[in-house]
Write a protein that binds this ligand. Structure first.
Ligand code: ZN
Ligand code: ZN
Length: 243
């Protein structure tokens, strides 16, 4: 896909998956105030001052901040708000955020842009939402963002952080996400107690693996070690009957 072609569009023409990738970043909060949910794609360096309409220039923002910032760059807006706090009578900015919030803007913009530019994350959004049309009304797009946030909460880990089952540029094959649709993969359900689950999750965490990765590792290596383990394993009822 020609990424340059997509990124040159104006905000309204950005495809749905770009809206979702940007608005779900920063845990769906506005990059500037971190108080309100993000509602729009904000050009960090505005188009009016040579800012490009590309995703590495987009951050999620609320309508209020988007309006207040208007045609300033984030750095200039931050500067004006700082001056407003220092010299309230001069009128550097008509409205301003609390000073602690203002101080953090540059760092937050950098962090949120890093999150949005993560190639695995971008690819995941494109795989899952690339084929969907953006609704005509912004309210409907924002409902889509809600659904997407809800969907993401159902994964034990952010799906784009789990390894790919195999390489595919056309669809998602991430293990904790769509990997089970891989021809060679099977989805396996197991039943454990709350305590067992907690202990296993901790063990996986210490190994730096996801629960699912550790479990599949055990399933893969167990048959090879079975002969050594035989005596140590608790015998099942079935085995006792047959002995
Ligand atoms: Zn805001
Ligand atoms: Zn997937």
């Amino acid at each position: 896909m020609d990424k340059e072609a997509i990124v040159r569009r104006t905000r309204g023409e950005q495809p749905l998956w770009v809206w979702l990738a940007v608005l779900t970043a920063n845990d769906r909060r506005c990059t500037y105030c971190e108080e309100k949910p993000s509602q729009t794609l904000e050009h960090e360096t505005p188009l009016a001052t040579k800012g490009r309409d590309v995703w590495w220039n987009l951050v999620p923002a609320c309508d209020r901040c988007n309006g207040w910032k208007h045609k300033s760059s984030a750095t200039m807006w931050q500067f004006n708000m700082k001056m407003q706090h220092l010299h309230p009578k001069v009128g550097f900015a008509r409205n301003t955020l609390p000073i602690q919030v203002v101080e953090g803007i540059t760092d937050r913009v950098e962090r949120v842009q890093r999150e949005i530019q993560d190639p695995a994350r971008l690819q995941w959004f494109e795989h899952h939402y690339g084929a969907r049309k953006k609704p005509r009304l912004r309210g409907e797009t924002l409902e889509g963002v809600e659904d997407c946030m809800e969907g993401l909460q159902s994964y034990p880990y952010l799906p784009w952080t789990s390894p790919e089952v195999r390489n595919s540029s056309s669809r998602c094959t991430r293990r904790l996400c769509c990997g089970h649709t891989d021809r060679d993969a099977r989805l396996q359900w197991i039943t454990v107690t709350e305590d067992e689950h907690r202990a296993f999750a901790q063990a996986a965490f210490h190994k730096g693996l996801s629960v699912s990765d550790l479990l599949s590792h055990l399933v893969r290596t167990y048959p090879a070690e079975r002969s050594d383990d035989r005596l140590a394993m608790p015998a099942s009822d079935h085995e006792e009957v047959s002995q």
